[in-house]
Design a protein around this ligand. Structure first.
Ligand code: A3P
Length: 299
C-alpha cells in the first residue's frame, strides 16, 4: 500500500497545489483546454467537504427531482469527476473523455482542482460554480479515514496532521483552495456554501441553490421529500447513493472503509487529540491572519 502518486508542487499564478507527478504531462493541458458548455454547472470542493452530498442535491434540482433516476445510478455516473483518472489511474477510465461524452441535460461536473487549475473557459465564460467548503479539522479527519481505508496512505495521525498543515496532501493547500472561492462568493456565477450551512439548515440552502440554478420553486411536499432523500441516514442505506462498495471495488481494497462515515459537524472533537487540534488551529490562524479573515467568518 502507500500513496500511488508522488506529491508535486506547482507554482501557477503564485498558487501552490500538490498533485500527482504526471499531472503536467498528462492532464494539465487537457483540463485547461476542456470545452465547457453554456449550461454546465461545476461542483468544486477540497476533498471530503460534502461534495457527494451537494452533487446529489444539485443533480436532483437540475433534473426536476428525478428521485427514481437518483436511486438507480451512482452519483459519479450522473455527475462525472473531471480529473478522476488523475487520482485513480488504477481504474483506467478517461474521465475528461467521459465528461465530453455526456449529451443532453445540464452537465454537473465535479472537481477538486483549485481555482487556478480549473478549465480556463469556466472563468472566461462565467460558467456556474457551486463551491462547498468545510472546516479543516473535519476535512482532515474525514480525509485520514479515506486515505487509510482506500490504501492511499498508512501513516499515523501525527504524520497525517503534519502532512496536512505542510500542504503535502493531494490538492492542498487547503486554505488557498477555500480562500480563492470565498473571495469570489459574491460573483454572479459562484454559489459559495459550507458543509456547516448544509448541516445547520439544508432547506435554506436548497432554496438559495434553486434560485442560483434557475430551477422552479418547490412545493412543501417536494421540499419534504427532497430533504428526506438527502438525509445522511437515507443516503447511507441507499444502494446507489452510498458509493462505498463501488469505490472499494475500483480501488481493489478490502480495508475497513465507509464513505458515508459520520456525516456530522465536529467529528474532530472526539477523533483528534487536543494537541493536534491546537496545531491545526495555529496553522489556520497564521494563514487567515494574512488575509484579514477569521475562521468563523467562513463557517
Ligand atoms: P465524514 O467522513 O465526516 O462522515 P465528499 O463527498 O466530499 O468526499 O465528503 C464526504 C463527507 O461528507 C463524509 O464526511 C460523509 O459522511 C459526508 N456526507 C455525505 N453525504 C452526507 C449527507 N447526506 N449528510 C451529511 N454528511 C454527508
Amino acid at each position: 500500500s502507500g500513496p500511488d502518486w508522488v506529491p508535486l508542487k506547482q507554482d501557477w499564478n503564485k498558487r501552490w497545489c500538490t498533485l500527482p507527478a504526471n499531472y503536467i504531462e498528462d492532464f494539465a493541458g487537457r483540463i485547461d483546454a476542456f470545452e465547457t458548455r453554456e449550461s454546465d454547472v461545476f461542483v468544486v470542493t477540497f476533498m471530503k467537504s460534502g461534495t457527494t452530498w451537494m452533487q446529489e442535491l444539485a443533480w436532483l434540482l437540475l433534473n426536476d427531482l428525478d428521485f427514481e433516476g437518483a436511486k438507480s445510478s451512482y452519483p459519479f455516473h450522473r455527475s462525472p469527476f473531471l480529473e478522476y483518472s488523475l487520482i485513480n489511474p488504477v481504474n483506467g477510465m478517461d474521465s475528461v473523455a467521459m465528461c465530453n461524452q455526456i449529451q443532453g441535460n445540464t452537465r454537473l461536473i465535479k472537481s477538486h482542482l483549485p481555482a487556478q487549475l480549473l478549465p480556463r473557459q469556466i472563468w472566461k465564460e462565467g460558467r456556474k460554480i457551486i463551491y462547498v467548503a468545510r472546516n479543516p479539522k473535519d476535512v482532515l479527519v474525514s480525509s485520514y479515514h479515506q486515505m487509510k481505508g482506500l490504501a492511499y496512505a498508512n501513516g499515523s495521525w501525527d504524520e497525517f496532521v503534519d502532512q496536512f498543515v505542510t500542504d503535502k496532501i493531494i490538492y492542498s493547500s487547503f486554505w488557498a483552495h477555500i480562500i480563492d472561492f470565498y473571495r469570489m462568493r459574491n460573483e454572479e456565477n459562484v454559489f459559495f456554501v459550507t458543509y456547516e450551512d448544509m448541516s445547520r439548515d439544508l432547506e435554506n440552502v436548497v432554496k438559495r441553490l434553486s434560485l442560483f440554478l434557475d430551477c422552479k420553486d418547490l412545493s412543501v411536499k417536494e421540499m419534504e421529500k427532497l430533504l428526506k432523500h438527502l438525509s445522511f441516514k437515507n443516503i447511507k442505506q441507499s444502494k446507489f447513493g452510498n458509493p462505498t462498495g463501488f469505490i472499494k471495488t475500483v480501488r481493489k481494497t478490502t480495508e475497513d472503509f465507509e464513505f458515508m462515515r459520520r456525516g456530522i459537524v465536529g467529528s474532530f472533537k472526539d477523533e483528534l487529540s487536543l494537541q493536534h487540534q491546537d496545531k491545526i488551529d495555529k496553522w489556520t490562524q497564521s494563514i487567515l491572519d494574512e488575509y484579514g479573515l477569521i475562521e468563523s467568518d467562513i463557517f
